[in-house]
Design a protein around this ligand. Structure first.
Ligand SMILES: Nc1ncnc2c1ncn2[C@@H]1O[C@H](COP(=O)(O)OP(=O)(O)O)[C@@H](O)[C@H]1O
Ligand SMILES: Cc1ncsc1CCOP(=O)(O)O
Ligand SMILES: [Mg+2]
Length: 283
């Protein structure tokens, strides 16, 4: 009886998540939020194409002189330090400050934060500007949470996302941000709740900038539901993972997965989304 009850409870929770994911995607398509991306050179193309195929409107505006004119008009911002140089940091800070002051959601992707002391310090300073969401892989979240670099594999993670749950919770509590850890299971936490998103496919790791694109997509989902940052982040991660799963079924390898992932994201329909959402509460 207890087993049945808990199965029914988790089924109804799964249905709620599925409805939430579909509603969020529909809202992104309908509202087409303007997402400013200050992202690394490697990822600009895939981030922009991911946002377009999801129905959002990307703008890669990164010059510090343009931020006072442009950033007040955006719906969300994504800052990614993947190819950070000292010249770029003032733009990132200026845009983050405008976003925070105007109550616009913004996402920090601390890409390869454990590469250098310069990058770690920059990310910690950016966290001081109150991102709504910090999205990293396991190694990046562990480095930020402990404010120390540890070992580095550059942009790739040397940890499983599940190794970073405690680090993610502690970073969420200290920063006030929702923390999202990508990996085999995507973890999302506000420091209290911990949600696991089980969509996605291993081959997504073999395409550069899928993590960066996910951060951009989270920004688009936050734009349409900024008061529910945890739920919007979970939805974005699930949608991106489902697109990856569908894409893989049509792909011969990473290059064609890149193409099919974008096509799948563009073509997602309600039945497919509802049947594929795989989200569980982990704590
Ligand atoms: N082993 C895996 N199984 C399923 N999905 C994965 C796996 N590894 C990564 N992903 C997915 O790939 C995307 C990019 O995540 P990840 O590779 O962790 O980012 P990053 O490129 O920032 O390190 C996410 O959507 C994530 O869910
Ligand atoms: C390879 C590389 N080097 C610096 S940034 C970057 C892209 C990282 O993208 P992702 O974090 O999505 O793997
Ligand atoms: Mg990354």
């Amino acid at each position: 009886m207890e087993d049945w009850l808990s199965r029914m409870e988790s089924k109804s929770e799964q249905n709620e998540w599925s409805s939430g994911v579909w509603d969020h995607l529909t809202a992104v398509r309908r509202q087409s939020p303007l997402v400013q991306c200050i992202t690394n050179f490697v990822s600009m193309d895939l981030v922009a194409n991911t946002l377009l195929s999801a129905g959002a409107s990307p703008a890669m505006v990164h010059s510090v002189v343009e931020i006072p004119d442009f950033t007040p008009h955006i719906h969300a911002l994504c800052v990614n330090v993947g190819t950070l140089t000292p010249e770029w940091l003032p733009s990132m800070k200026a845009a983050a400050e405008v976003a925070s002051q105007l109550g616009k959601p913004w996402v920090l992707d601390p890409a390869a934060v454990n590469c250098s002391g310069f990058r770690l310090k920059a990310c910690l300073e950016l966290i001081g500007l109150k991102p709504s969401v910090i999205k990293g892989n396991g190694s990046e979240i562990i480095a930020l949470s402990s404010a120390s670099r540890g070992q580095t594999k550059g942009a790739d993670s040397s940890h499983e996302s599940t190794d970073a749950i405690e680090a993610a919770k502690s970073l969420a509590l200290s920063s006030g941000a929702v923390v999202a850890v990508s990996g085999a299971v995507d973890i999302v936490t506000d420091g209290n709740q911990v949600i696991g998103v089980h969509n996605g496919t291993k081959m997504m790791q073999r395409i550069t900038a899928t993590g960066c694109s996910l951060a951009g997509l989270i920004a688009a989902f936050l734009a349409i539901d900024s008061s529910r940052g945890l739920e919007a982040t979970v939805s974005a991660m699930s949608v991106f993972g489902i697109a990856g799963e569908l894409g893989e079924a049509m792909a011969n390898g990473p290059a064609s997965l890149r193409m099919h992932l974008i096509d799948s994201l563009y073509g997602l329909d309600e039945t497919t989304v509802r049947s594929r959402v795989n989200i569980t509460r982990l704590g």
